[in-house]
Design a protein around this ligand. Structure first.
Ligand code: ATP
Length: 446
């Protein structure tokens, strides 16, 4: 794969393949329900764990060790591997996210981090403590209740018979009465629910209940906060605004967190680093912007954001396409600030696929290059147009909605091909989202 950035594009998560001969991923296996009791116990113990006897890194060095790290984590049931070589790291205060389709192993990964699932291989470290280490020679795992983690669930899991304030105070049993009162007041204010302190959860909206759940999880000051699809019970409009609100709260409290979701808007609104998962593997671990602009494979390109893949062919070091020629741009500039280019190192005639995002195609009435409008979706501020090029290929274009063009009309376009992503045949032969989608439908139809 080539992007406009000339740099090593190998998978930073570096998933190692499992050596055991096992079947990877099975959709017919039922998962055990999340045991909220286990999680309440985790929560109750957070503040009691400052003198935890869990092992510390022998070569501890806060400057070089990430605050939170997972290395080559493998989790499976019987002969099935669900999480396959997960590796990632977060600095303190960073928010990470596992993003992927249903059944790809996101929740299992989260539960393994919490210690609620046993791992077969790998290490987990948090705040200079080794929490899990499973190697051929060592086997070590800190109990969930001693990991200092908090959890927020999809269904809020609040105590219906307790007030909002008492729900928030739940994990503070070992605090003095005065400290507990002050902490609950602080948390109520943080999530802007002070005036609802004495209400029962069922007197609150879904969004408010989720804020109570967040306050309850944050109250004992967890070392790591785990959020499992926290917004999926809420309507779409509320989801994005609550996601931004939650990000703001986590940033203000410098909380390190991991979110699990299948919704990329949620992932982008909340997370600093997003990991796209596919069949138990972390395919790419990157910032939202990197995922969108520099997807590592067609799978990630198609899963994250919108766009179209068009055909290209290598000619003398550049790519010829129906939209125009693409030159390989480096993130290197000459003295006058002009970007520098180099050649794609493929032989002449190599077939290529080019990822073109809707923002790469600008509508321009004065352009001599035109395309046929074959579809459009009104999105308030914009129209998303589906456009057919002269050779029959289609691309998408995001155009301000005051440019109202009927289906069947020709419009002028200006392709901006400076930042497109180029994939070769090897990338294309990898499993794509479309292929997955098809096989899912076949499986569902059985
Ligand atoms: N305790 C278990 N025993 C056996 N298989 C399990 C168990 N827990 C999960 N699985 C299987 O592991 C796979 C991944 O499940 P997981 O819940 O991690 O996926 P997910 O990506 O979080 O999906 P969703 O978004 O639907 O929650 C599924 O096929 C599931 O049936």
């Amino acid at each position: 794969m080539y992007t406009d950035l000339i740099k090593d594009s190998t998978d930073p998560a570096n998933p190692q393949s499992a050596t055991a001969k096992v079947k990877v991923h099975a959709d017919n296996v039922k998962k055990s329900p999340v045991s909220t009791d286990e999680v309440y116990q985790m929560q109750d113990n957070i503040t009691a764990n400052h003198d935890s006897n869990s092992a510390t890194y022998t070569e501890t060095n806060i400057a070089t060790n990430p605050y939170f790290s997972v290395q080559d984590l493998i989790v499976g049931y019987d002969d099935t591997i669900i999480v396959n070589g997960l590796s990632l790291s977060l600095q303190q205060g960073e928010i990470g996210c596992f993003l992927g389709y249903s059944g790809c192993g996101k929740t299992t990964a989260l539960r393994a981090i919490a210690g609620l699932e046993q791992s077969r291989r790998g290490t987990i470290g948090l705040n200079n403590q080794r929490l899990t280490e499973q190697t051929p020679t060592t086997s070590f795992a800190v109990a969930p209740a001693k990991r200092g983690m908090g959890m927020v669930f999809q269904d809020y899991a609040l105590f219906g018979h307790l007030s909002v304030a008492k729900n928030i105070a739940f994990g503070l049993n070992k605090w003095s009465a005065a400290d507990k009162k002050a902490r609950v007041a602080e948390m109520l204010s943080l999530v802007e629910l002070t005036e609802h302190a004495d209400k029962r959860p069922n007197e609150l909206s879904g969004g408010q209940q989720q804020r109570v759940a967040l306050a309850r999880a944050l109250a004992p000051n967890p070392k790591l906060l785990l959020l499992d699809e926290p917004f999926s019970n809420l309507d779409v409009v509320l989801r994005e605004s609550l996601a931004m609100n939650v990000r703001d709260i986590l940033k203000r409290t410098n909380t390190t967190a991991i979110l699990v979701t299948h919704d990329q808007n949620e992932a982008f609104a909340l997370a600093d680093k997003v990991g796209v998962m596919d069949k138990g593997r972390l395919v790419q671990w990157a910032t939202p912007s990197e995922l969108y602009h520099e997807p590592i494979s067609p799978f990630v390109a198609e899963f994250v954001g919108e766009g179209a893949m068009i055909d290209g062919i290598i000619k003398e070091g550049h790519v010829e396409t129906a939209l125009g020629d693409i030159y390989r741009r480096m993130e290197v500039y000459d003295e006058s600030g002009q970007p520098q280019y180099c050649e794609y190192d493929y032989p002449n005639g190599t077939p290529i696929k080019v990822l073109v995002r809707p923002d790469d195609i600008i509508h321009d009435d004065d352009s001599t290059q035109t395309a046929l409008v074959i579809g459009r979706v009104f999105r308030g501020a914009n129209y998303l147009y589906r456009l057919q090029l002269d050779d029959g290929q289609t691309v998408l274009s995001l155009v301000a909605s005051h440019h109202n063009h009927e289906i069947g009309s020709q419009i002028g376009i200006l392709p901006i091909l400076e930042h497109v992503v180029v994939f070769d045949e090897k990338d294309i032969n990898a499993t794509t989202w479309s292929e997955y989608d098809r096989s899912e439908r076949v499986a569902e139809a059985r």
